[in-house]
Design a protein around this ligand. Structure first.
Ligand code: CDP
Ligand code: MG
Length: 749
């Protein structure tokens, strides 16, 4: 597990420069990056943007993906020390240096804050920080890393990022990349968002639930803050008019980008299996097309892992078309196998060794995420296997070919059934166009769509905002928080209001959980507390119940594990091994207790012995990164529940030891809306909705199905699957949630 070692190294000495390169190499790299930056379209628009922001409180900014919006605009603002609002009598835009090139304060040495305070612009009416929201965690992290490097500061200082359960910022932070969900949480605690001078809602076209709620809340922030506060809404593909209409006095701005023509090709017939088709298409481009990197859009980690394996297998069987002089590094290159002239141009791509397959998705370790941005060695073609993240959030240099499977993983919610699902669905036409466009950023490109032209015609024009198709329980709970003063959730000013049925349904759920009283007000005992916990309201309720039932320590560990993705390592080639390793954790009560066993096993190891921990994880086929993450979440949740001062709720944190019953009851007390009973055919029926569901194949309960269970969530693929299930006693349900079961399931008990 070398990346673990690497990370330890990194933690020990604060990094200077790039990825641990020596000082000279880092300086060289920064020079190159600096030159690249200044070529970005955003730079040409810099002064105009700053002056627009001086005159208007809201700027809606549209600019081609890759034009430098996300990485450059926050830097412009910081380097110009904002230059608007109270405290600024002087010119806002820094005069250009004689050579016509701006000197960034970061480059020049003295700290921005020092100089800023001297001229009085910083901290004028409040806040000296810029928040830049991203719908995706990966984007927040990779962009922050990049911008820190551009500014020549260690990540977490002047430039930082924050995502749920992870905060890489400090009091020195001026540019904070964060998920939209996190800024929403901050807005609950501080409705004026007083830490921030500017909020940038990036990737606004994605219209995530958090972005949409934030947009509504930001109107309130503007009213509170007046001229001290600026809002920038940006995106590559945005209906700017709608946003300008939504924010009074807003102005639209455009960054003119470059876009080269992209030749779009369709398949003649529909593909049976888009994954296989994507693998074939990648190899076809690799063997037949002139140099240029390939970007392949897939839907998730599993698919990306399979595709990577398939491509590598097929590559291994390709005939070697030239001596393998180039591999992952370029060590052998130029050595001249067969006495080839070392100065000869690099071999054209085609040979198996000259394709470098690089995955990028959210759960990938950061070091590996950053690898996709590194240029390939000469003669090597990169094939980047990406989720939707590469559609607009990140731009990977060098891409000339795009392969679009035409699918995306997307959340959906059926308000009537209360069924939330994460399903693979066809993209919209707008998404397909945006994906193809990624091939034409640096020169003419080609896009291969793995569907027919007729199918394209059938796609939706655009994707409806997520808020119109999701479970709103968290959102409604947050809007109900007193601090926000928005008691009438149905009257909240949304850009696109969610369906009334969905709001009503979440109000019902919150009522059933005890978070709202009959008048729709947040209850003190449950509602107020739930809204402060950074977990789904049902799991929040589990935590509260657990503290009453004397098993808070166990429940916190379970919730931390549930919140962690990719705990288990399940390589197909070693299925026998990992299945047998899993056995020793299996709890007959179900998946939650199994996860608890894994967590306990890991935390019993001596913390300081990295070797022991690494070895244990590798022996047991669990992912050390995931477990360290779970450990982090565990610590934070304990802080949320424990100490009786904010953020702590002051709840008793006790352990139930080896008795599983209290924990099962606590799970039932929160997850009862997801309670289901076994049917004669082996499926389950959700009590609240009557829906038929199947136990997920990964569940430990699969071969000893209990008469009743509660589960975390439903996943809809070919069937509707219940994930993370725990056996419960049927009689507990009416006991723990009397109103819910009396009203919902007459005759079902
Ligand atoms: O936000 P927008 O799509 O307008 O562009 P950006 O994300 O600011 O990217 C500007 C440039 O920085 C692009 O050419 C990216 O390839 C580059 N970049 C990079 O090389 N490495 C990163 N981690 C992020 C951006
Ligand atoms: Mg961007």
């Amino acid at each position: 597990m070398e990346d673990f070692e690497e990370e330890q190294q990194r933690r020990k000495k604060p990094r200077r420069g790039a990825n641990g390169f020596d000082a000279a190499a880092a300086a060289e790299r920064r020079k190159r990056i600096d030159a690249e930056r200044r070529q970005l379209p955003a730079w040409a628009a810099r002064d105009q943007l700053l002056s627009l922001l001086q005159q208007h409180r809201t700027l809606v900014l549209v600019g081609e993906t890759g034009s430098g919006k996300t990485t450059q605009i926050p830097q412009f603002l910081v380097n110009a020390r904002f230059g608007f609002g109270s405290g600024t009598g002087q010119t806002s835009v820094k005069p250009r240096a004689a050579n016509g090139v701006d000197q960034d304060p970061g480059d020049a040495g003295p700290s921005t804050s020092g100089r800023g305070q001297a001229n009085g612009a910083w901290g004028g009416g409040g806040g000296n920080c810029i928040a830049v929201t991203q719908p995706r965690r990966v984007a927040a992290m990779t962009v922050a890393r990049r911008v820190a490097e551009e500014m020549g500061t260690p990540l977490g200082q002047k430039v930082g990022y924050a995502i749920r359960f992870e905060d890489a910022t400090s009091p020195a932070t001026r540019i904070k990349y964060m998920t939209d969900g996190l800024l929403l949480r901050e807005a609950l605690v501080d409705p004026a968002l007083s830490r921030y001078r500017v909020v940038i809602i990036d990737e606004a076209h994605e219209r995530t639930v958090s972005t949409d709620v934030l947009l509504g809340l930001l109107k309130g922030v503007q009213a509170l803050r007046g001229d001290d506060f600026r809002l920038v809404v940006m995106s590559a593909t945005l209906d700017a008019g709608r946003f300008v209409d939504f924010f009074p006095g807003a102005v639209a701005g455009l960054i003119r980008g470059r876009q080269y023509p992209v030749q779009v090709m369709y398949t003649a017939r529909p593909e049976d299996n888009y994954l296989d088709a994507a693998v074939c298409a990648t190899l076809q481009v690799h063997t037949e097309e002139p140099p240029g990197d390939v970007l392949v859009f897939l839907t998730g980690q599993d698919e990306i892992d399979s595709a990577e394996r398939l491509i590598k297998d097929k590559l291994a069987s390709l005939p070697r078309s030239q001596p393998a002089t180039v591999g992952e590094g370029a060590e052998g290159a130029g050595e001249g196998a067969d006495g080839a002239d070392p100065s000869a141009p690099a071999p054209a791509p085609g040979g198996p060794d000259s394709l470098l397959v690089l995955p990028i998705y959210a759960a990938l370790p950061p070091e590996q995420q950053m690898r996709v941005f590194e240029p390939a060695p000469p003669g090597v073609r990169k094939a980047i296997l990406a989720t939707n993240i590469a559609e607009t959030s990140i731009t990977i240099p060098g891409v000339r070919y795009v392969i679009d499977t035409g699918y995306v993983k997307s959340r959906d919610y059926n308000a009537k059934l209360g069924l939330e699902s994460l399903a693979v669905v066809p993209v919209s036409q707008a998404q397909a166009r945006q994906r193809s466009g990624r091939a034409g950023r640096e020169g003419p490109g080609k896009a291969l769509r793995l569907f027919t032209e007729a199918d394209f015609g059938q796609l939706e024009q655009t994707t409806p905002p997520e808020i119109t198709r999701c479970n709103l329980a968290s959102v409604v709970l947050q809007l109900k928080l007193k601090a926000m003063g928005i008691d009438d959730v149905l009257g909240f000013e949304f850009m696109d209001p969610p369906p009334r049925a969905a709001i009503l349904r979440s109000l019902e759920l919150l009522f059933a959980l005890g978070a709202l009283d009959a008048a729709g007000k947040l209850t003190e005992q449950v509602g107020q507390r739930l809204s402060r916990l950074p977990v789904d309201p049902m799991y929040g309720r589990v935590l509260l119940a657990a503290s009453d039932m004397g098993c808070a320590l166990e429940a916190v560990a379970v919730v931390a594990m549930v919140a962690t993705e990719n705990v288990f390592h399940t390589p197909r080639a070693k299925e026998k091994e990992w299945r047998s390793a899993r056995l020793k954790f299996v709890a007959r009560e179900g998946d939650h207790l199994t996860l608890l066993n894994v967590f306990r096993g890991f935390s019993e190891l001596p913390k300081e012995s990295h070797k022991a921990r690494t070895q244990w994880c590798s022996d047991n086929f669990v992912n050390i990164r995931a477990l360290r993450k779970a450990e982090d979440i565990h610590t934070q949740l304990l802080r949320f529940l424990g100490p009786p001062s904010p953020p702590g709720l002051g709840l008793p944190l006790r352990s139930c030891g080896d008795d599983p019953t209290p924990l099962r009851r606590a799970l039932a007390a929160g997850l009862f809306p997801h309670a289901a009973r076994l049917q004669p055919d082996g499926s389950y029926r959700v009590l609240a909705t009557g829906r038929q569901v199947f136990l997920h194949p990964s569940s430990v309960l699969l071969d000893r199905k209990p008469p009743a269970l509660v589960f975390s969530e439903l996943m809809h693929t070919t069937k509707t699957y219940a994930r993370d299930a725990t056996a419960v006693e049927p009689r507990w349900l009416p006991e723990l949630a009397p109103t819910f079961f009396a009203a919902k399931a007459p005759g079902q008990a």
